[in-house]
Design a protein around this ligand. Structure first.
Ligand code: SF4
Length: 296
């Protein structure tokens, strides 16, 4: 049986591998980047900062990390916890103090969900701080399970096939958000946070109820995983293996242009089971199994 130190080492390796792959797949970090690492005080952001620092030491490129916490002036927020932890690390940090708690309490009637206004205010403050401080990337601690949950929330309640992107350009194109933990499982992060004994700050200080729909989706997913181990990873893999030709969005695939014996000039991929319909006989044998590009 492995001891705690070995298990922690193996987990750290796994998280570094996950993060390294996500960074490389989406070109999240480039030489000279100044990265604002958003630290909420939860297990995810502590883990993100810890693993980013480990990768920074080994990376062949130079980039700067600045840990930033937004103190939203929630009641009983333990102001000393994060500075004490960050002082123990070799990292620059900054605490932004903005009383969004009072604004939210003032604007939202008692009993209504406060998260959407709160998140909007938080995003505005973080984006402005990043611009003012010449930040090139804003790193958030969302992980694989957040991405899957968001996918189902959009599917069930929004009628959209979309999730949380690993890399995002803000609407005004002034900020780039990255999610280096995009490939990491929540259970691995939770275990790692336990091993490392991060000084976790409870996330219910604002008194808001956790989003009920997200809670339900989380439960549904964990039941599925229990019943059918591996299902979550399969769902997650499907998000990076999309076949627009087998969905129903004409803006992503030129369905109107498909005719028998046509020559395919699109870069869109065509799945195997459709080759009979769309390819002339002479071309079938030259076809790569999953990708048909510019046949002529
Ligand atoms: S849980 Fe509280 S702090 Fe978090 S987004 Fe909702 S209102 Fe804001």
């Amino acid at each position: 049986m492995k001891n705690k130190a070995t298990e922690e080492k193996v987990l750290a390796q796994l998280l570094r591998r996950n993060m390294g792959k996500a960074i490389s797949d989406f070109n999240m970090i480039e030489d000279g980047d100044k990265i604002m690492v958003c630290l909420s005080g939860g297990k995810d952001s502590f883990t993100m900062l810890d693993i980013l620092q480990q990768l920074q030491k080994k990376a062949p490129i130079q980039f700067e990390l600045i840990a930033v916490n937004l103190d939203q002036k929630q009641p009983e927020f333990p102001e000393d916890v994060l500075p004490r932890y960050l002082d123990s690390l070799d990292i620059s940090y900054h605490i932004i103090e903005e009383d969004t708690y009072s604004i939210v309490k003032d604007k939202i009637p008692e009993g209504k969900t406060t998260c959407s206004l709160c998140s909007r205010l938080r995003r505005g403050i973080i984006y402005s701080w990043a611009i003012k401080n010449k930040i090139t990337k804003i790193a958030l601690g969302h992980h694989r399970d957040d991405i899957i949950e968001t996918f189902f929330l959009n599917l069930f309640f929004g009628g959209k096939l979309k999730s949380m992107p690993p890399k995002l350009l803000s609407d005004d194109k002034k900020n780039t958000v990255i999610r280096p933990l995009a490939y990491a499982k929540e259970e691995d992060i939770a275990q790692y946070a336990k091993f490392k004994e991060f000084p976790i700050i409870p996330c219910n200080l604002c008194g808001s109820q956790e989003n009920l729909q997200r809670k339900q989706v989380k439960k549904m997913l964990s039941n599925w995983e229990e019943q059918f181990p591996g299902r979550l990873q399969s769902i997650f893999s499907s998000l990076s293996n999309v076949a627009p030709s087998h969905l129903l969005d004409p803006s992503l695939f030129p369905f109107k242009d498909l005719i028998n014996n046509a020559v395919i000039t699109t870069e869109q991929e065509v799945l195997f089971d459709d080759l009979e319909t769309v390819l002339p006989n002479s071309k079938k044998e030259t076809v790569n199994q999953l990708e048909i590009k510019n046949l002529s």
